[in-house]
Design a protein around this ligand. Structure first.
Ligand SMILES: Cc1cc2nc3c(=O)[nH]c(=O)nc-3n(C[C@H](O)[C@H](O)[C@H](O)COP(=O)(O)O)c2cc1C
Length: 177
């Protein structure tokens, strides 16, 4: 894979908020989840679980936490969960890296899904209590984000991208230089 290939993939991944109802082949779902599990994590603690929800009633239950029809009617939902107590903590200031680890895993997942022609959309605006109940989340675990996974109903490439220019985001050598 070249840098151009990767940039093309990163361009291709866009938040998808309309899905076809067709099931995603199990092998493809497994591949996408494998990509998540290949993510780096602080001290290689891998303090995560990836909860795959395909059962229609359980997806509907998750919709109680984020009531958008395109979310819970997608053929699959993945919730990336982390256990902060099992994650690496920076000694200097006690900063816990569980959410960073979970976010990297989710990013791997969304890019892998895009490579497979699937759509995803990070969901952070869910009601955490309702989502924990729907997933049967054990004590000590938190949900970093969820995403629907399915084939996009429309071509995501048609939607323009809105990003700061690299010049606005890049700091060279020193912030105040
Ligand atoms: C941490 C995080 C939380 C997000 N939560 C939501 C959400 O709850 N609902 C939603 O529709 N999109 C959500 N998004 C998607 C963003 O709105 C989207 O990534 C952003 O507008 C850029 O668009 P793009 O993903 O198509 O490049 C979230 C994205 C991130 C990274």
């Amino acid at each position: 894979m070249t840098l151009e290939d990767f940039l093309e993939l990163a361009e291709r991944r866009k938040s998808v908020r309309a899905y076809r109802p067709d099931a995603v082949p199990e092998a493809v779902l497994k591949g996408v989840l494998r990509a998540a599990s290949l993510a780096p994590s602080a001290c290689n603690r891998q303090p995560w679980k990836f909860v795959l929800v395909t059962d229609a009633a359980r997806r509907r239950a998750l919709g109680m936490a984020y009531d958008r029809e395109w979310f819970w009617t997608a053929p699959a939902i993945v919730a990336v969960c982390v256990e902060p107590g099992a994650a690496w903590t920076r000694a200097y200031d006690g900063k816990n890296y569980a959410f960073v680890d979970g976010a990297i895993a989710m990013d791997h997942l969304t890019l892998a899904a895009a490579a497979a022609g699937l759509g995803t959309c990070w969901i952070g605006a869910f009601e955490p209590g309702a989502a924990a109940t729907a997933l049967g989340l054990p004590d000590g675990w938190e949900i970093v984000a969820m995403t629907p996974v399915g084939f996009p109903a429309a071509d995501p490439s048609a939607r323009p991208r809105s990003r700061k220019s690299l010049g606005e985001s890049l700091v060279r050598d020193r912030w105040d230089s």
